[in-house]
Design a protein around this ligand. Structure first.
Ligand code: AHR
Length: 328
């Protein structure tokens, strides 16, 4: 083919293609495409938080962590206070299910009795994140648990007594809310790690409050006058209440060896004042982690079922230096 013929043929082909596209010639059939999957953001999230109560400084900090994080991220938070009553938490969860929230974060006041309401949330396709204390329900009924290892906290407390009372002694236990994951786990870990020469001569609940810690300690001091070497408190608020009773009984800092759990500012002050020899950390600032996990659940992303908080033990020697840095 001559050069001229080649260019003529090319021109004809180009013209034909222009004419065809101008006439709306059908395009090649598109492959069938699934509708684009929506990626949710915090602004799409309604999170239900049926808080168990306001019994301690720890709890106040935990509530603030959820409220502040929700505000910062633009999450709509449905918050309620169950006043330490499981039936109030169950009603709040049912109300959240009816409102069609995206995720429920549940800090359970006690360990048992959640199966029915967790099943209701599951049936409504609303994932539940158990926060702080544990539940005994089948793990298939909730998406994840975020919080402290309460058994380890109990063990750490016992290890402090093993150091404080190397020759043994008699100690008392002011326990948290009966049946709560925190009280059950701490009591278990404590007994597992306590040296056999240290005897727990009595254990009573102070329900995690200052108001109830004080009369329990008053009764202990009357009943066991002269026989007590130490006291283990399941939280700082009960220790603060009990110290009022101990002072009123005329005892001085150091007369009794005392270990508590939480690491609140109040606990730090007790260490500075010489009453407490160690404070085992329990971190309440769980809002950011919980909301991050809730968003992953909304987007169908892989999550870790058990998220444990990294914690340590605080001592009097650093208490004054650390107190101004404490967030709760
Ligand atoms: O479940 C955590 C515990 O609950 C904290 O130790 C205590 O202060 C709170 O009331």
């Amino acid at each position: 083919m001559s050069k001229k013929m080649f260019y003529n043929l090319l021109a004809v082909l180009m013209l034909a293609s222009l004419v065809l596209s101008a006439c709306g010639a059908p395009a090649a059939p598109a492959a069938t495409q699934a509708p684009a999957k929506k990626t949710y953001t915090y602004a799409d999230m309604t999170l239900c938080y049926p808080q168990l109560g306001a019994e301690s400084d720890w709890r106040t900090a935990n509530t603030a962590s959820f409220k502040e994080t929700a505000q910062k991220l633009g999450v709509k938070l449905i918050f309620s206070d169950a006043q330490q009553k499981q039936e109030n938490q169950i009603s709040a969860i049912r109300s959240c299910i009816q409102q069609g929230v995206n995720v429920i974060a549940l800090p359970p006041v006690v360990e048992t009795g959640w199966d029915a309401v967790l099943q209701e949330a599951k049936d409504a396709n609303i994932p539940v994140i158990v926060v702080d204390r544990s539940v005994t329900a089948d793990p298939s009924l909730y998406a994840a648990h975020i919080g402290s290892d309460m058994v380890i906290e109990g063990k750490r407390s016992a290890e402090e007594f093993n150091k404080l009372l190397p020759n043994g002694g008699n100690i008392l236990e002011l326990s948290g809310t009966t049946g709560s994951g925190a009280a059950v786990g701490r009591a278990k870990g404590f007994r597992e790690a306590l040296n056999p020469n240290i005897k727990i001569i009595d254990s009573q609940t102070g329900n995690f409050t200052r108001a109830e810690g004080k009369p329990v300690m008053e009764a202990f001091l009357k009943k066991y006058a002269g026989q007590i070497d130490g006291v283990f408190f399941h939280n700082d608020d009960m220790a603060i209440g009990a110290v009022e009773a101990i002072k009123a009984a005329g005892l001085k800092p150091g007369d009794l060896k005392m270990v508590s759990i939480d690491g609140t500012r109040g606990g730090f002050q007790l260490m500075i004042d010489g009453w407490l020899q160690a404070d085992v950390e329990c971190n309440p600032l769980l809002g950011p982690q919980t909301m991050e996990l809730a968003l992953k659940l909304m987007n169908g992303e892989a999550i870790t079922k058990e998220v444990l908080t990294n914690e340590s033990v605080f001592y009097p020697d650093k208490a004054a230096e650390l107190l101004p840095t404490r967030q709760y």
